[in-house]
Design a binder for this molecule. Structure first.
Ligand code: ADP
Length: 354
């Protein structure tokens, strides 16, 4: 019996709370079989203190079910993350994106809440704010991991094929001073992308490793909507400094946003705060606000997650048009009240990142 059989057996152990097994998540770092004793080394990235015990139990149960294994030793290394500096102990993730100072994911529980619109406008706003305030050469990147619907290139007006820099290295394209990489730049617009879970994970890992981002002060990551394996995989793969949750005010969106956010808590990625998008429609003549999708969803979500409420972004035709034409409103009309609302959120994110 070889070590390979241990790996095969470990493929039956799911990461607690997920349908994916610990081998395909890349958590198993070493296996060995000596006489009748199996050794397993795992590396996880979670703040949940119950997780190692649960994993250990599950692994022991599966391995001991094989008659060739009489004893099991499981070693679990837990990588710790904090808002400012994480995964330094392993050195692994810092090597994936060595020139990137801060990485912030933009997430949502469900699609259509304006996650990508916020990601694009925040990237533009952050670049603008820091450049204006410090006249420094502040560099912002935006990685579109929403492989199911990679809309970032359209929203930010990025076009053209990314340049190949070598066998396995591509250069991001630049738009409005933001370095952009997206699956949408690599595949034909007409080609439907049918991804299965493992492909999503692979793509994300390739994105992380094969894009020449250079020096970046902040890299925003537009995550696929939802709270499944792709998001967990990303949180495991990259040294995220935090995640920003986008929701709309209505109850259905709030419930999923909350569930999604819990997943980030599980893998110990700090939740920087909640943005409520499409909060209200302003009648510019009377100054009256209409709350089309109800009220209070954002603050309620933030409170439930014990995190900051970063602000409410109005519904405005110019935001939608900015997306349709590839000119984010924060660039086309920075003095607009919607742009100001987005900039205020961007400022808060900069502050939270320290
Ligand atoms: P998601 O990434 O969550 O799927 P998108 O960012 O693609 O959502 O936005 C969905 C649609 O809603 C887009 O057409 C976008 O232009 C529009 N949209 C997003 N936020 C706003 C807003 N605050 N006001 C008006 N339209 C918006």
């Amino acid at each position: 019996m070889s070590d390979k059989i241990i790996t095969e057996l470990l493929k039956k152990v799911n990461y607690p709370g997920f349908s994916r097994d610990i081998v395909s998540f890349g958590l198993v770092h070493d296996t060995k079989l000596e006489k009748e004793k199996a050794f397993v080394k795992l590396e996880i990235n979670s703040g949940d203190p119950t997780l190692p015990t649960k994993l250990k139990e599950d692994i022991e149960k599966i391995l001991l079910s094989d008659s060739a294994i009489k004893d099991v030793e499981v070693l679990i290394a837990v990588k710790k993350q904090s808002a400012n500096n994480q995964t330094q102990e392993s050195g692994e993730n810092t090597a994936i994106l060595p020139g990137v100072k801060k990485i912030v994911a933009i997430a949502s529980g469900k699609g259509g809440v304006g996650k990508s619109t916020m990601a694009v406008n925040l990237a533009c706003a952050v670049e603008q704010i820091v450049q204006k305030d410090t006249s420094s050469n502040f560099k912002v990147g935006l990685m579109d991991c929403d492989v199911y619907g990679p809309s970032v290139p359209l929203l930010i007006g990025a076009s053209g094929q990314p340049q190949a820099l070598g066998e396995n290295l591509i250069a991001p394209v630049e738009s409005y001073g933001v370095k952009v990489m997206s699956m949408g730049l690599l595949v034909d617009e007409e080609t439907p992308v049918v991804w299965r879970g493992p492909m999503v994970m692979k793509t994300i890992q390739q994105f992380a490793g094969n894009v020449e981002w250079g020096e970046l002060d902040i890299l925003f990551i537009d995550l696929p909507p939802g709270t499944g394996d792709a998001q967990l995989s990303l949180a495991q793969t990259m040294p995220l400094d935090g995640v920003v949750i986008v929701t709309t005010p209505q109850k259905a969106a709030v419930d999923v946003a909350r569930r999604g956010a819990r997943m980030f808590e599980k893998v110990n990625v700090p939740i920087l705060g909640v943005i409520e998008n499409m909060s209200f429609l302003l009648n510019e003549e009377t100054n009256e606000k209409s709350y089309l999708f109800g009220q209070g969803g954002g603050p309620t979500t933030a409170q439930a997650l014990s995190t900051a409420f970063l602000g409410e972004i109005p519904i405005h035709e110019e935001i939608r048009m900015g997306g349709d034409h590839g000119i984010p409103i924060t660039k086309s009309n920075p003095d607009h009240y919607a742009s100001e609302a987005i900039c205020s959120v961007a400022k808060e994110i900069i502050e939270l990142l320290g």
